[in-house]
Design a binder for this molecule. Structure first.
Ligand code: NKO
Length: 203
């Protein structure tokens, strides 16, 4: 049995479970993609008025990605390249889920999950950076973008298995998250981004 294809396929499939979409569909009979920013992530679930479901979305999106990496680490202990590929596959699953026509989320909670599994100190530090930027600005998107941008330098302080796959993964994941925030970046620049807790949700 080859651990590589199984770990990567399983990671994609786990990542592709759209918890935000499913929870809102099941408990509120609504399509989360039709409200607020249209994103299936925790922020937009809270924005839609479902605070508890939003917290559940955050935990489940983070947890599925954490599990994807842990499974790869279990199937091939010590294989850091495979763990990073599973991390990338889990995030690709979340951002491009086959079940939603490849239109998924922005990968923030999933990235936190994979980094807590790959290297928990860098996951915690980037989470801390996220919290500080969020508390200062009340923009989840800006906190996600800055947290992502700072992820590679933070992670490189802790990760010493610097193979080409590891370096490529460390650059690809934040880059994908930032590209997926293109509409948020446009709104941030034009001053129309929705602040967390503000009454009006921008589309
Ligand atoms: O609806 O477009 P929107 O305003 O919803 O959403 C923008 C938002 C999308 O992301 C989410 C997930 C929110 C999770 C918040 C808490 C998790 C803290 C993660 C910190 C790590 C950030 C860097 C990731 C690299 C590891 O942005």
């Amino acid at each position: 049995m080859n651990a590589w294809p199984i770990s990567i396929l399983l990671a994609y499939l786990l990542g592709s479970i759209p918890f935000g979409y499913l929870l809102v569909k099941i408990f509120r009979k609504q399509d989360i993609r039709a409200t607020g920013s249209g994103n299936i992530g925790a922020t937009n679930v809270v924005r839609s008025g479902a605070k508890g479901l939003g917290i559940a979305t955050l935990l489940l999106d983070c947890g599925k990605a954490f599990a994807a990496v842990k499974i790869a680490q279990h199937l091939a202990p010590g294989n850091y390249d495979l763990a990073v590929l599973a991390a990338v596959a889990a995030i690709l699953g979340h951002v491009f889920p086959v079940w939603l026509g490849f239109r998924g989320g922005k990968g923030v909670a999933s990235a936190l999950g994979v980094f807590l599994a790959l290297n928990w100190p860098s996951g915690l530090i980037v989470f801390g950076i996220f919290i500080v930027i969020f508390l200062l600005t009340r923009y989840v998107s800006l906190a996600s973008i800055i947290g992502s941008a700072l992820l590679p330098p933070v992670a490189l302080c802790f990760i010493h298995q610097r193979t080409p796959i590891v370096i490529a993964g460390l650059i690809f994941i934040p880059l994908l998250i930032i590209v997926k925030h293109h509409a948020n970046i446009r709104r941030l620049l034009s001053g129309t981004e929705n602040r967390f807790g503000a009454k009006k949700a921008s589309a």
